[in-house]
Design a protein around this ligand. Structure first.
Ligand code: ADP
Ligand code: MG
Length: 728
């Protein structure tokens, strides 16, 4: 074993799990203690100010400057009482991480002395010099200013000594440069479209918000081993490495006993999350070795997105404290399962109803069906855009791999619901006016709906978008991604269908139809026009590919092709028409997605080239020299029959030469391909060039490297192997 690997493994052995215990007090008594939430606001703000903030949050209204000044004063007092010295606008630029620039409250005064200052102006808006964030050309460098503005609907919180203010991030001209701005816009249009449809059933409803419950998968790797793997450290995944003889075949890791060191890490994460008001509920082992998952209780979508990004930060930091690294990459290890982030999505009303939950009464069930078919139609019309929103370099190694959802978008509804939909389609039959028998039949069908809760407990795990009894679950998002983009697509596409639904009902009732019958007719229309997106079978089967094609559904296997949906006519019309993105913003996002993809492939290709040439080849040659020496020695000792005795060694020497030569040539050709595409001006074209002509080299190079790993003396191999990284 090489010295590097030996030291890394020794280092691991010496590590003991940190002892982490929850405080004695009940969690509920300290949950959210680092958040400036309702309780804290009540304590630190004058009553009138508190009430106007709450009202502004509930009704999406602006907070006026005078009120902002008082909020800032209360926030500062609370933060300083909790040891804060700094504050920052905390936002989510378009690079799947969060951004923060800390400023101190402390300010020296003219003529000596100093004070702690934090005004409403500083709370409401900041102007970070932010020319290095991805903008996709939305901001020229001569007007490099970007603005971050406070989002009062997500509470401020404390990390260490810094007050973090959740914010949106926009350009000088007001264009969105982040995830939160369009998410909030999509929530507003969804609210506006959903309320009238809800009111067809319940006049009391005044507001509808999307809810999100994410499930976060991740890997843990010991820090010493991680640092000895330059590919893992620089790209987040291993670009080479032969599979371990034993990995997940025995399925003994999934929901298995959680290792002590990992439990300590999880508890530590939970403790920090609880303080930050993140309602984590579950923790368990996932399928692959060293793979785990956590999930919270669902929340209002904007807050849930903030909480997921915050969780990822907390996890990264906590892992370092425990001498581990957390991997959010979608496919850190070839040959074992990758990591996704499930998006459980539903709609909640101001009256406390879940609109995707079947009701207890026929009326409630009609309402459920109305919303349900709108979701089906939204998925049917914009399924490709949903896939575009999850398409990234990392996720491309996972989607369609027989462990995650296939690259073809479809919706699973479950058998009972499927039958109900088929019956409605048939019975209502496009007729005006139903006989009383028909009405009874429909009532019976609709009455079956509550059973779907049972039906869906044993649900289809191969579907990218499954109805799971009281919510939809999108399983195609990658573990490292921000949850916002698929939510933006879902909310906006849903809003469009709800608008159409309401308009259609109005048209029919205007023409003299009774309200209930009009609703049923429209439900039927929507069932028919979304039929092709429903699929109950095995999404991993090859038959599905054939069938999907006949239905006109595309397999989104190419990342660059998938993301071109951002600028496809129908999607542009949707987003621009609903006011969620301007044309410029969409084009910018398209460009950023292309650029991020191409840069990631470029980095991986460079790292792989370097490692192959300066780690693998020298190691292989060193071992080859040992063999050559051996052959020489054997031949010398056994002059007469030495040749036949060295036959097998000679074979290995040749094999090594073959792999080394192949690696050299492939790396050379890969570099040439990069050079060719690097000079191409258009970013989408360059990205496509990288996908088609650079990326394929990586798998080819890896094959030779992994073969060498099996040949070369273990003591000489410099990089930690899969079987070693799979220990914790
Ligand atoms: P599974 O692994 O079976 O999908 P989990 O318990 O891991 O289930 O995750 C389910 C997730 O769905 C949780 O985050 C939960 O809060 C969320 N969820 C439940 N109901 C809703 C809802 N109405 N809206 C959004 N998310 C929901
Ligand atoms: Mg799930």
């Amino acid at each position: 074993m090489s010295t590097v690997r030996f030291e890394a493994l020794r280092e691991m052995e010496r590590r003991e799990a940190l002892k982490i215990e929850f405080p004695e007090e009940k969690i509920s008594s300290w949950f959210g203690c680092d958040v400036f939430g309702r309780e804290q606001m009540r304590q630190y703000l004058p009553k009138a100010v508190f009430e106007s903030v709450v009202l502004a949050i509930e009704e999406n209204r602006r907070i006026d400057r005078r009120v902002a000044d008082q909020v800032a004063a209360g926030m500062k007092a609370w933060a300083m009482d909790h040891g804060a010295t700094h504050y920052t606008h905390w936002f989510q630029p378009l690079n799947d991480s969060t951004a923060e620039k800390h400023d101190t409250f402390f300010e020296p005064m003219w003529g000596g002395g100093a004070m702690e200052n934090f005004s409403g102006d500083l709370l409401v808006q900041q102007e970070p010099d932010a020319s290095s964030f991805p903008t996709g050309g939305l901001r020229n460098t001569f007007e490099a200013r970007g603005y971050s503005a406070w989002d009062p609907s997500s509470p401020t919180f404390l990390i260490d000594d810094t007050l973090c203010i959740p914010s949106v991030f926009i350009s000088y001209t007001g264009a969105a440069l982040d995830f939160k701005t369009p998410l909030l816009r999509s929530m507003a249009v969804l609210d506006a479209a959903a309320v009238p449809v809800s009111q067809l059933f319940d006049k009391e409803v005044t507001k509808v918000v999307p809810t999100l419950g994410w499930e976060q998968e991740y890997f843990l790797v010991d820090e010493a081993l991680y640092k000895a793997r330059p590919d893992l450290a620089q790209t987040g995944r291993t670009l080479m490495g032969h599979s371990a003889a034993k990995d997940q075949q025995l399925e003994d890791h999934y929901w298995g006993e959680i290792p002590e060191r990992v439990v300590a890490f999880m508890k530590d994460v939970e403790m920090r999350c609880f303080r930050l008001g993140i309602p984590l509920k579950t923790r368990h082992n996932e399928t692959a070795p060293n793979q785990y998952e956590c999930a919270p209780m669902f929340e209002e979508a904007n807050i849930a997105v903030d909480h997921n990004t915050l969780l990822m930060t907390v996890m990264r930091r906590t892992a370092v404290k425990h001498k581990m690294q957390v991997l959010f990459h979608e496919k850190p290890f070839q040959g074992v399962n990758g990591s996704g982030k499930h998006i459980n999505w539903s709609l909640a009303t101001s009256t406390g109803q879940n609109l995707f939950a079947p009701g207890k009464t026929p009326k409630g069930n009609m309402q459920f069906l109305a919303f349900f078919v709108c979701a089906l139609k939204a998925a049917a019309e914009h399924g490709n855009m949903i896939m575009a929103s999850v398409a990234t370099a990392g996720n491309s190694h996972r989607l369609g791999g027989g462990e995650a959802p296939p690259a073809i978008f479809s919706v699973f509804t479950g058998q009972t619901l499927n039958e109900v939909l088929a019956d409605i389609e048939e019975r209502v039959g496009g007729k005006r006016g139903l006989s009383s028998d028909e009405k009874t039949g429909i009532k019976l069908d609709i009455g079956k709906i509550p059973e779907i809760m049972l039906d869906n407990t044993d649900r289809n795990r191969t579907s990218p978008f499954a109805f799971t009894g009281n919510r939809f679950e999108l399983r195609a998002l990658g573990a490292s991604a921000n949850c916002a983009m698929p939510l933006i697509v879902l909310n906006t596409a849903m809003a469009e269908q709800l608008r159409l639904f309401a308009a259609e009902v109005e048209r029919l009732t205007g023409g003299g139809a009774k309200k209930d019958e009009a609703i049923l007719q429209v439900i039927r229309e929507f069932i028919i026009s979304s039929r092709h997106i429903r699929f109950e079978g095995n999404g991993y089967g090859t038959e599905w590919h054939v069938e999907a094609e006949s239905r006109g559904l595309k397999a989104m296997t190419s990342v660059t092709a998938a993301i071109s949906e951002y600028v496809e006519g129908r999607n542009m019309e949707l987003f621009v028409g609903m006011g969620v993105f301007s044309k410029d913003e969409l084009e910018a996002r398209y460009e950023i997605k292309c650029e991020t993809y191409l840069k990631k492939v470029q980095i991986e290709s460079r790292v792989l080239g370097d490692l192959a040439v300066n780690h693998i080849i020298p190691t292989a040659i060193r071992f080859q020299n040992v063999l050559i020496e051996n052959v020489r020695g054997v031949k010398e000792l056994f002059r007469n029959d030495g040749v036949s005795m060295t036959h097998s060694e000679m074979g290995v020497i040749k094999e090594i030469s073959g792999h080394v030569a192949a690696i050299r040539e492939l790396v050379h050709n890969m570099v040439e391909a990069r050079k060719k595409w690097n000079v191409v001006e258009s970013i989408p074209a360059r990205a496509e060039g990288y996908e088609v002509e650079v990326e394929p080299f990586m798998a080819q190079i890896r094959t030779h490297v992994d073969a060498l790993e099996m040949i070369v003396d273990d003591r000489l191999w410099t990089l930690p192997k899969y079987r070693e990284m799979f220990t914790i």
